[in-house]
Design a protein around this ligand. Structure first.
Ligand SMILES: *Cc1c(COP(=O)(O)O)cnc(C)c1O
Length: 243
């Protein structure tokens, strides 16, 4: 089991490096984030012990369950799932450095209120729905710039960039359009020069499409299946608020 995780990680790092080389990028420009939903702490620990440091959950409940077991191993937690307002308090107990899935002003305001109360700050990425699929969360591309402007006013939230989930399709060009759209939005935001907004990070690309994402400028790729194996639940379980 451990052997398999280590081999898979090696393969992913090679894929990332090759994609960087083919696109004239430095491999240090692209961070690997381990998407650990449904993966138990023991297996996550195997990955962390190889030197990986960045992991992310989709549900606060899972963050909580694995927190104690993973605490002794140095790592950084991001959050990549659909966040419900009533889970904010809990989320902040588990040292999440960045919420990558901020996709609505109401959530940003509630997060800000709680952070003010706790005298803390947090990094965020704005999640954009670039595929137009209803099952996926994220702000509509047309409203992304306005959301960035609004969130920028909340001083406990530090915007570091954008996140998206590409279209699930074997047609690479369609997937590429999603990533290009995110890059275009990034450029539009940069052009506005908004105070309290950094736009360095583009979190895009997963097990199946990380090469395309790296070609289009990803700085963070989020990989689960290709490292830990297939999950029993369909991803819609994690992306749909009603389940
Ligand atoms: C599960 C998940 C990933 C990783 O997907 P894989 O196809 O398993 O690599 C990336 N991003 C988000 C938001 C996810 O929920």
């Amino acid at each position: 089991m451990s052997e398999e995780i280590r081999n898979n990680l090696h393969n992913i790092l090679t894929r990332i490096e090759n994609a960087c080389i083919s696109n004239g990028r430095q491999s240090g420009e692209v961070k690997l984030l381990l998407a650990t939903k449904t993966v138990d702490a023991e297996r996550i620990a195997v990955a962390l012990q190889t030197g990986q440091t960045l992991i992310a959950e989709n549900k606060v409940q899972e963050l909580k369950e694995k927190y104690e077991a993973l605490k002794p191993i140095p790592h950084t937690n991001h959050f990549i799932g659909h966040l419900q307002s009533n889970k904010i308090k809990d989320l902040l107990k588990y040292e999440v450095a960045c919420v990558q899935s901020l996709d609505r002003l109401e959530l940003a305001e509630k997060l800000h209120q709680r952070l003010l109360f706790e005298k803390k700050t947090i990094e965020v990425l704005i999640q954009v729905n670039t595929s137009g699929e209803e099952s996926k969360f994220g702000v509509h591309p047309d409203n992304a710039l306005e959301l960035v402007r609004q969130v920028a006013k909340l001083e406990t939230l530090h915007i570091k960039g954008l996140m998206t989930i590409g279209l699930f399709s074997s047609e690479t060009e369609k997937v590429r359009q999603c990533f290009r759209l995110l890059k275009d939005i990034q450029q539009a935001v940069i052009a506005e020069n908004i105070p309290n907004v950094e736009m360095k990070e583009l979190s895009m690309g997963m097990s199946g499409d990380l090469e395309t994402a790296i070609a289009e400028g990803a700085t963070i790729v989020r990989v689960g299946t290709a490292i830990f194996g297939k999950r029993i639940y369909p991803d819609s379980y994690y992306w749909n608020e009603n389940q």
